[in-house]
Design a binder for this molecule. Sequence first.
Ligand SMILES: [Zn+2]
Length: 280
Amino acid sequence: MIINLKCPNCQKLKRSVNVLDILFKNSKKSLLAIYINEGFMCDHHFQVYINKNGKVRSTQEIDIQFEKANVIKTTLIDLDDLDINKIKFHIPVKCMAQIIWSVLLDQKIVLLFKSSDIPFLDFEDPFIINQIHKLFKYITQINFDYKLSLITEKNYKDEQLKYDDYIVLFGDHIINDPHKILKMDEIKIVYEFVSAFYKEEVEIIAVNILKKELDRTYELTKYIINFLDENQESKKLFIHDIESFLNEKYNIKIKEIGIKYLLQIIVNYYKTKIPSIHKK
Ligand SMILES: [Zn+2]
């Protein structure tokens, strides 16, 4: 969705692209309040209200009225200075897939890095750390929480015990996987869309591949949770029944592998107990 923003204070204009459709999809509210941070486009902070078509209905400096409207609130994240290529250079594709899979399964993650004298390779550079956090903040907005820490290899060695319960990754190496969740065959779906992110050269399209997949995954887990709520009495869970439910109620077709992927997220992320899974 493209939104045209105008500061009510200095009248500065900015065209901003953000994926906000999901916000409306999951809400009955008709207006979306977007909080614009100071520094996002000028020195002011203000609030804009947009409707479902992305049209700005009203802009105001923040003071009164803030709480009055029937709105969902969000913050726009400025992607202009996001250097996706630098992030791709620092995080190998497999590692990125492992991080995202860990996020989906509600794991705490530590990504280790080495310092380097070569500025471009220097992972300790606060710029690259901020970039990685900015990417994750954006792609996980309004879906899953991420718990990712970036520390040096040396810091990790000094405080290793503290991270017993964390997924610990170092480039292509898995240093710690306490709950044995990083099996390659289970990461397949995530690996596929993460690969698409790495192959896409247009940065804003690339980053929105990740955003859309996480939004979609989030949305689908909510649908399946509805199914589970409606079938609380069942002792057995049939993949086929979920397939039919999604197809009939939401007109969505998903294969068995996709349903299993979603169920794994539901069990781990939402800590939901599910009956034993059967094929037919
Ligand atoms: Zn301004």
